[in-house]
Design a protein around this ligand. Sequence first.
Ligand SMILES: Nc1nc2c([nH]c(=O)n2[C@@H]2O[C@H](COP(=O)(O)OP(=O)(O)OP(=O)(O)O)[C@@H](O)[C@H]2O)c(=O)[nH]1
Length: 318
Amino acid sequence: MSDPRRLHIVAAVLTRQDGRILAATRPPGRSMAGRWEFPGGKLEPGESRWAGLCRELQEELAVTVRDGRPLIRLQHDYDRGPRVDLDVWRVTAWDGTLEAREGQRFDWFQPEALTRLDFLDANTPIVAAARLPDRYLVTPNVPPGPEWTDRLLRAVGQGSTLIQLRGPVVRDPRHRSLLREMLPRLQAAGARVLVNGDADLAREIAADGVHLPWRRASGLQGRPVPRPSLFGVSCHNGEELRHAEALGADFVTLGHVRATPSHPDTAPLGQDRFLALAAATRLPVYAIGGMTIHDLPELHRHSIQGIAAIRSLWPTPD
Ligand SMILES: Nc1nc2c([nH]c(=O)n2[C@@H]2O[C@H](COP(=O)(O)OP(=O)(O)OP(=O)(O)O)[C@@H](O)[C@H]2O)c(=O)[nH]1
């Protein structure tokens, strides 16, 4: 951390197998008491991030953390308050029975319900990251075949629980019946489905949100859909990332990281530039452009949300 006055905070998004997430109120007597946060606290001098996380969860909730990984990292300056570097981890395994050891209130919430809680000001992107998976499937820009629903359901089963429908399947009204048949089945299987480029269509078919290409997002002043609907933006540089933040986007895709057949004419960002841009935004970031699930461990190490991909997440036919 370059600024020694900035507090390094480690915090945990405890996530149960059924998908519910723990949130807690700040205990009486603390700053911003009563508002919601994720359990955690200040890293001690010389302490590793993981050791600090484990200590905080033991102190606050009496649990021993067994498994987790970085989820998102962002900086926030409170007015007349601390300047914090929030280093948030997804924790998926722990031992012990949860106890509120510091007088806080805690509960388990469906991911969507988190958006209705009065969280600390810095936490909006953390709540978005908590709600989102690490695989974001973007459909190919070709007319959909009748086998699409089954293929997409297979992708959901493999962990791509966020799907962006784009191309003819959303643009061409002849595919509306397929779309209407497909959507509830994907949602029932646990997927959130976003429509590329068209917030009206997203509303009309009860999709879970909208994803805008940069050229559509650039002319907007605010979100095209209210929370808890999801709003993603495709970004390629720092200026676009700052505009996506100002719009109140829930997340961005950032790329293309590697050379890909879908962008033969533009140079890829490359890993170093990608990581530098991703570190400078407070929004959850999906790396896009030549990404596969084998990239996930390294991306997670850098507190990146995950990958967005067409080819590598699109299941082959049986
Ligand atoms: N644990 C935690 N802290 C958060 C979150 N979001 C957020 O802005 N923070 C800020 O990070 C700092 C947490 O440090 P802490 O938990 O050790 O501090 P504290 O209770 O003694 O609070 P205080 O020193 O502000 O009174 C606080 O300034 C808090 O406002 C969050 O989700 N979890």
